[in-house]
Write a protein that binds this ligand. Structure first.
Ligand SMILES: Nc1ncnc2c1ncn2[C@@H]1O[C@H](COP(=O)(O)OP(=O)(O)OP(=O)(O)O)[C@@H](O)[C@H]1O
Ligand SMILES: [Mg+2]
Length: 307
């Protein structure tokens, strides 16, 4: 079942001058951590706002939790951490969670029980009676996360959740998100922290100028098709000679060699030749790049007309 489905979703601002989202079609499955990546101004926040009914689409349609976005019926099952959110500074953490939880339709008695658990979950258990104005940036983000979870949502929209959070805190949040996912929740994440996204996401989409450029698993994006890193104990001269003979591109990198082959048969042919001539192979590893490398390649190469 798809928890988020969009169909040619389009949003123009300023009477059509700004094309924030253009024919955006996407499906997100239940129980996944889905991340949307894109440069500043790509349309990530606009997409979340359209899905939540905060701004209206120019055209196209979308459903969340099976309900059309024009129908607020699903909202009580959704949690939302807004980008650059602000809470009233004169309220304490307990009060914020109480008021926001009530606005999400949670019974006061249930909230009273749940608030200490939420604060514990985001490591703010000793700050319940402290006013928000005394909170650091990272603590504000943690509060935002606790607030987004106050109605025990099935679907969570998090816009830059780890912005301003230190590395230990980011790991805790990653673990928390995985834990929620393992309990069947669906998490829709907007983030610029690509190493974070790489560690936590089941699926990733890349957006630029309002258009979807790529979608797939992290594994799909970081595996370089048909390139292998070869490590030899000895026989590098032989490898170079064989690659020249077989017309296989070969580059050296940090003491190993990266060879490009057409298919598995060609790789095995190369290995046979190497072994025939007594080269000592230590390892053959499919080549991987980081999500950041992939992201930069996609965003810089596939130029889409600017709005
Ligand atoms: N209320 C608005 N009125 C006019 N233009 C807007 C409005 N909100 C966003 N935009 C424009 O829409 C485009 C997409 O903005 P959006 O905030 O969705 O990007 P983003 O991908 O979330 O960027 P960031 O990574 O910086 O958060 C930008 O060109 C932005 O200037
Ligand atoms: Mg944004």
């Amino acid at each position: 079942m798809y928890v988020v489905e969009t169909d040619n979703l389009t949003k123009y601002y300023s009477r059509g001058k700004i094309k924030a989202l253009e024919d955006f079609t996407l499906q997100v499955e239940k129980g996944k951590i889905f991340s949307l990546l894109g440069p500043n101004g790509a349309g990530k926040t606009t997409l979340i706002k359209v899905l939540l009914g905060i701004v209206f689409p120019t055209r196209g349609s979308a459903r969340i939790l099976g309900e059309d976005i024009s129908n607020p019926g699903a909202h009580s099952r959704i949690g939302y951490l807004a980008e650059n959110h602000r809470f009233p500074e004169f309220l304490t953490a307990n009060q914020v969670l109480f008021y926001y939880g009530k606005m999400s339709g949670v019974e006061p008695a249930l909230l009273k029980e749940r608030i200490p658990q939420l604060l514990k979950l985001v490591k703010l258990e000793n700050w319940g009676d402290t006013k928000i104005r005394k909170f650091s940036k990272g603590m504000m983000q943690r509060m935002g996360l606790a607030q987004a979870l106050s109605n025990d949502p099935d679907l969570l929209f998090l816009d830059e959740p780890t912005d301003g959070i230190d590395p230990v805190g980011r790991r805790e949040i990653r673990d928390l998100l995985k834990n929620l996912r393992d309990r069947g929740k669906t998490i829709f994440l907007n983030s610029h922290l690509l190493s974070e996204v790489e560690r936590v996401s089941d699926e990733v989409a890349i957006l630029k100028n309002g258009r979807l450029l790529q979608k797939g698993t992290v594994e799909d994006m970081v595996s370089v098709k048909q390139q292998f890193t070869l490590q030899l104990a000895e026989g590098y001269d032989l490898l170079q000679a064989l690659c020249a003979e077989l017309a296989l591109p070969l580059v050296s990198q940090n003491g190993s060699f990266i060879v490009s082959v057409r298919d598995d048969a060609q790789l095995n042919h190369l290995i046979d030749k190497l072994r025939e001539r007594q080269a000592l192979i230590r390892g053959i590893v499919p080549r991987k790049i980081t999500l950041e490398d992939f992201f930069i390649e996609v965003v810089e190469e596939k130029e889409v007309a600017a709005p």
